[in-house]
Ligand binder design. Structure first.
Ligand code: LUZ
Ligand code: MOS
Length: 762
């Protein structure tokens, strides 16, 4: 089935925040952001701003009637700076004016005097100074201290992983309209309507039931709107609450880039030990997460880094510690993969380091250590599948031996162009790591004409969740798709939602919809059974027809519904789903946090121009574990998008803050994202359809985040291409691998460590 939004998308009639008609009398907001990363506010001068024609009011922290607090996991983040500023771009004041232009002009007229305090941008420095968001966490399996003496080879190293700008096409924004009885209707471009509702209640000092948060759809979220849509909604709500006028604020791209957090940069130290057969016996890793100025979602992101620190490998002895380090950058936040990709990069770097020094193919070490069914992850969950199925299929399906032969031939025949291949196996746990969040609700109405309306807590952000939910209802009721409509997301219809995140939205909301549809269907079957003098089990529906003992009856769906309505049978249901089987003990750091894991393997090939340092990522060939895909078109779209986004993170996208904590890569002229030319010429995706039971909706496994991590292989394909030119190149594990870094590595001095070891081996 086609994505139900495709026609409105291509005809420009899909409704995003900025397409909601603006009411007469609407005022427009703009935030004044801190020009310094750290300091004490001495003076805030608003006079010139207030003199701009059309300016209605400038709000500061003193105007907040409730709490000046937007923190979620930890209450450590003011909406508007009060006495101190903690990052460049931190909102200090909110101008409201009759036009957008007046609001922006007034922002430029605000003056602030700040006494500067020392600025920290580096997570290692923050950790050394004890600037931590939460105490460190450690995951342990086996005993690394006992394992080191048994290792034949031990390697140490470090990695520096940069962040990533979300670059959703639709920037952040909100539009708030006062309603009767002291309530507000809040249109928000958010992945988390309930988070917006909770924050607005805190800011106004009112209760959640006074705020209806409505989401039509998002022009992309990628995690950037899981928590950070709250600010704009809260600012507009504050102004609308006090002025009793509609207030709208949709951010300019450069405001959005400067004021919002990104994927977390991480620094890491690793130590890996292997036996003579290349089995990894022990792995120790320390992660230094650059959290930014306040907690936001960093503690949860940190947890997922630990959960994924061994990627798709089984390692008997593991000790992984992670520090969430407070720096003076915008609070970093959720981004597709949620800390997992950073954890996975480091183990891949450790394997690459071992391969480099031992002069073996990294793929050999990877393959030797893939996790098998029954083996245990460091957090205590037992693998229910094996990573090797995807790997083995990829090897044969894509004839890797032949590909490697061709690459070798190419490399002997070419002096200044070199190719590299890398395997990238993935393993990603599906569920919010915070067990409490794994629940969802769906409200299903069957109208008396037989048509169906569905509201859930899911936010459609281009990922196709509404199409999948519609498929659930269409299949359960056995009626055509055009009889079903997915409604916008609203906190008045569905309460206490988890954000649309963690790749779990279709599973959670799809299952809730399934439960609701089945409850209605049970009532309808009961009715039909009575009418035809059989039992409900004898009734089935097929293509809109009612079958009795598999034989056509005189009733169709329409008659069934009309009869039920006439007999006053409830044609609506509110379904609730909570993922079973999951649990986690955060003290022991053991449990069963994930409903299931998604596996896959990608083989990436890159070509480097060894004169210029430029490169292309030529092919990405994937075998991906779909379970039993409900919608292969949507799933393929997610995989292609994820791969390109992952390649962008690993190669082109360089977030640069200067030492004063100012974002230098603050526009698309200075922050390079993949364009059509950066997309690999070939992306081949093979759907591994597995029959094993799992907790996904219709056994169709989650597809949102996992494919991003195939992009990590691009870094290692480039790494291998560089080594084809300069076998002992000194290639630090720093991301992204921009052409500048490639050039530096191509002409780097010989790395003595690999050279010495090489000499010894020879
Ligand atoms: N959000 C969250 C997430 O709050 N918890 C998670 O575990 C998670 N995982 C992935 C993406 N977003
Ligand atoms: Mo996300 S990183 O699933 O909001």
């Amino acid at each position: 089935m086609k994505n139900i939004d495709s026609n409105t998308h291509v005809s420009g009639t899909s409704v995003y925040l900025d397409d909601v008609p603006v009411m007469n009398g609407t005022l427009f907001g703009a935030a004044f952001e801190s020009p310094s990363a750290h300091g004490v506010i001495r003076e805030l001068i608003l006079d010139d701003a207030l003199r701009i024609p059309g300016v209605v009011r400038v709000f500061t922290a003193a105007d907040i009637p409730g709490q000046n607090e937007i923190g979620g996991i930890i209450k450590d983040e003011p909406l508007l700076a009060d006495t101190h500023v903690h990052f460049c771009g931190m909102p200090v004041a909110f101008v409201v004016a009759r036009t957008r232009e007046a609001a922006r002009a007034a922002v430029k007229k605000i003056r602030i005097r700040i006494d500067a305090l020392p600025v920290i941008t580096d997570p290692r420095e923050a950790q050394a100074k004890g600037e931590l968001i939460i105490p460190p966490r450690t995951f342990r399996q086996g005993d690394t201290d006992l394992a080191w003496p048994q290792c034949t080879h031990i390697f140490t190293g470090n990695a520096d992983i940069n962040g990533q700008e979300h670059l959703y096409i639709e920037t952040q924004g909100a539009y708030v309209i006062p309603q009767e009885h002291n309530s507000l209707r809040i249109y928000s471009s958010t992945q988390g309507p309930t988070a917006v509702q909770r924050v607005v209640a805190a800011i106004t000092g009112a209760s959640m039931h006074q705020f209806e948060v409505i989401v039509t759809r998002l022009g992309g979220g990628f995690g950037g709107k899981e928590d950070q849509a709250n600010t704009w909604a809260a600012l507009c709500a504050l102004a609308a609450w006090i002025l009793k006028k509609p207030v709208k604020y949709a951010l300019h791209r450069m405001e959005d880039m400067a004021m919002t957090g990104k994927r977390h940069p991480y620094a890491a130290d690793f130590k890996i030990g292997l036996d003579k057969d290349l089995k990894i016996l022990a792995y120790e890793v320390s992660f230094f997460q650059n959290a930014g100025a306040s907690a936001d979602l960093s503690p949860a992101v940190l947890a997922r880094t630990l959960f994924h620190c061994t990627n798709a490998y089984y390692i008997p002895h593991v000790k992984a510690t992670a520090w969430s380090c407070r720096t003076h950058l915008p609070p970093n936040t959720a981004f597709r993969g949620f800390g997992g990709p950073q954890g996975m990069f480091v183990i891949e770097a450790a394997i690459a380091k071992a391969a480099r020094v031992l002069q073996v193919d990294a793929a050999l070490i990877q393959k030797t250590n893939l996790i098998a069914t029954g083996q245990t992850f460091p957090y205590g969950q037992i693998a229910a599948s094996e990573a090797g199925t995807c790997w083995d299929k990829a090897e044969t399906l894509y004839d890797v031996v032949e590909q490697q032969r061709k690459v070798q031939l190419f490399n002997t025949e070419n002096k200044l162009l070199k190719k590299g291949i890398a395997f990238m196996p993935i393993c990603f746990g599906i569920s919010f790591t915070n067990t409490m969040m794994n629940n969802a609700r769906s409200l299903v109405h069957v109208y008396s004409d037989g048509s169906v309306g569905i509201s859930t807590g899911a936010v459609e952000m281009g990922q196709g969740v509404n199409t999948k939910i519609l498929q659930v209802a269409a299949q359960t009721f056995s009626i055509p798709a055009n009889k079903i409509k997915l409604n916008h997301t609203s906190t008045y219809t569905i309460a206490n939602t988890s954000p649309s995140a963690a790749s779990a939205t279709a599973d959670l909301n799809g299952k809730a919809t399934l439960i609701a549809c089945n409850a209605i269907l049970d009532r309808l079957k009961q009715l039909a059974a009575e009418a035809f003098h059989v039992t409900p089990a004898d009734i089935t529906l097929e293509n809109g027809h009612v079958l009795v003992n598999q034989q056509p009856s005189s009733w169709n769906w329409q008659q069934l519904v009309t009869t039920a309505f006439a007999q006053r049978i409830n044609l609506s249901e509110h379904g609730h789903y909570a993922t079973p089987e999951i649990h986690y003990d955060a003290v022991k750091e053991k449990g069963h946090p994930f409903a299931y894991h998604v596996y896959g393997t990608a083989i990436l090939e890159a070509t480097v121009d060894c004169l210029r340092g430029t490169y292309t990522i030529d092919t990405v060939k994937v075998v991906h574990d779909f379970g039993n895909s409900m919608n292969t078109d949507i799933d393929r779209g997610q995989i292609e998008g994820g791969i390109v986004q992952g390649i962008g993170w690993m190669t082109l996208e360089e977030v640069i803050y200067d030492r004063e904590g100012k974002l230098r890569s603050n526009a698309l002229s200075t922050y390079k994202v993949p364009d059509i030319y950066a997309v690999p010429k070939t992306i081949a995706i093979d759907a591994l359809q597995t029959t094993r039971d799992n907790l996904a909706v219709f056994r169709s496994k989650a597809v949102g985040e996992p494919p991003l991590m195939y992009g990590i292989g691009a870094w290692f394909a480039l790494h291998n291409a560089i080594r084809a030119f300069h076998p002992h190149a000194d290639i630090p594990f720093i991301t992204p691998m921009t052409p500048e870094k490639v050039l530096l590595a191509l002409y780097s001095k010989t790395n003595t460590e690999t050279n010495q070891q090489h000499a010894e081996t020879v």
